[in-house]
Structure formats: structure tokens, C-alpha cells
Design a protein around this ligand. Structure first.
Ligand SMILES: [Zn+2]
Length: 228
């Protein structure tokens, strides 16, 4: 079940990353980061979700003008400001979220022999659970993209660093809490602002940066206490 639950193309990507960065190695924050980053990178490669732009003005007259990286204010050819990014954040976001969530799922199962379960279709408050009493919401996204020309484009606000992502996760926690007053709701991410380190409130029991070894240990310890 555990491996079969992971859909294409994530299954083979994650298996490969696990064998490259985690298997037969000491688990530390450096190889954890590589494991999760490669999940993003390989998924971007698979879907062609690179950062690139095209000039609509030039395209309209049949002379293509385009390039890798963030779009220039003005097209270098026609000097008009009709340049557009090709793959948008919205398109990439759900695939990046999936890459992170399944990487987390696989790591838990394979490295810790710790079984979590993808939530049934239609559950929109959290991605994984152990029993109904333990909900895990996953919020991960990359901080950079490596384009085919080798350039590295910074994305700025990975994981919970993005305010919209934080708001969504917090809203999900509130919804979950209304239905499960005594449940354990936590968020796992690959990046969180300092103010959310060790954060908890009425709705959220904990937030973990799961790319850090000591945060994984904390996660396993906390959940261990809840499910006993
Ligand atoms: Zn142009």
C-alpha cells in the first residue's frame, strides 16, 4: 500500500531521490534538504514547469522573442512591455505541493517505518492522517528553480513563508478544529518564518519544518504521544 499510494510521476522520482540522498546515509538536515529539493527539481523537469517568458507582440508578427528566467519588463527585441511568463505560479503550485507531500509520506514510511494515510478524496482540511484524531497538513514549495540553461531562478517565498499559504493552512486548521475539538492538527513544511517556529494555538497543535532532522524527531515524538 504505502508505495502504491504515490501516483505517477512522483513515485519513481521520489524512489530515485530516496536512494540517492537518504538510503544508506546518516539522516541529517543537509541530505534531507537535498532529498526534498530534488523532489521539486525533478517534478519541474517532468512537467516542464520552468520559468520562462515570451513576447506576445513579437509573436503576433511572427518573430518569436522569448527566454529563460523571469520576464523582462520590456522585450529586448521590440521594446514593448507585452512579455508574459509561460508557466505560472498557479500551474506549478499544486504539482510542487504534491512533490513535497509525497516525499514526506515516503520518508515517513521508508525511513521511520511510520505509516501515515492519505486523506480520502474530498477532504480539504488536511493531506494525511493517522486516525481521525491526527491530521497532517502539508505545505511545501521550492525556493528556486533550475532552468534547462543552468540558470537558477529564486522564487522568494517557499512553503509557509508565503502569506497566502499560511492563511490557507490556518483556515484549514480552524475548519478541522470545529469538527474535531480534541484532535491533533499539525502542519509540515519545508520553510517557515521564525515567528512560526514552535508555534501553536487553539486550532494548530504544532508546525514542523520537516527538512530539519531535529524537527522530524520532534514531530515523531509529539505524534507518538498522541496515538498511544
Ligand atoms: Zn517583443
Amino acid at each position: 500500500m504505502p508505495l502504491e499510494a504515490i501516483p505517477k510521476p512522483y513515485r519513481s522520482i521520489i524512489q530515485q531521490n530516496y536512494s540517492d540522498y537518504i538510503a544508506d546515509k546518516d539522516l541529517n538536515s543537509a541530505n534531507l534538504k537535498k532529498y526534498f529539493d530534488e523532489g521539486f527539481n525533478q517534478t519541474i523537469k517532468y512537467y516542464g514547469d520552468y520559468i520562462c517568458w515570451v513576447c506576445i507582440n513579437c509573436m503576433a508578427v511572427g518573430v518569436p522573442s522569448f527566454g529563460w528566467g523571469k520576464k523582462p519588463q520590456r522585450c529586448p527585441r521590440c521594446k514593448e512591455s507585452k512579455t508574459y511568463e509561460v508557466a505560472t505560479f498557479q500551474g506549478r503550485a499544486s504539482r510542487m505541493g504534491n512533490a513535497f507531500a509525497w516525499s514526506f509520506y515516503y520518508l515517513m514510511e521508508k525511513n521511520f517505518n511510520f505509516q501515515i494515510y492519505p486523506t480520502p478524496e474530498g477532504t480539504n482540511t488536511h493531506d494525511f492522517e493517522i486516525t481521525q484524531a491526527v491530521a497532517i497538513e502539508s505545505k511545501g514549495s521550492p525556493s528556486y528553480i533550475i532552468n534547462p540553461d543552468g540558470t537558477r531562478v529564486a522564487l522568494g517565498e517557499p512553503g509557509l513563508m508565503r502569506t497566502d499559504t499560511e492563511k490557507k493552512a490556518f483556515a484549514n486548521a480552524t475548519k478541522y478544529r470545529q469538527r474535531n475539538p480534541d484532535g491533533f492538527f499539525c502542519i509540515v513544511t519545508n520553510a517557515l518564518p521564525k515567528r512560526l517556529l514552535r508555534y501553536s494555538d487553539r486550532d494548530i497543535n504544532a508546525i514542523y519544518d520537516i527538512t530539519k532532522k531535529e524537527q522530524i524527531d520532534l514531530f515523531l515524538r509529539d505524534i507518538g504521544k498522541v496515538i498511544i
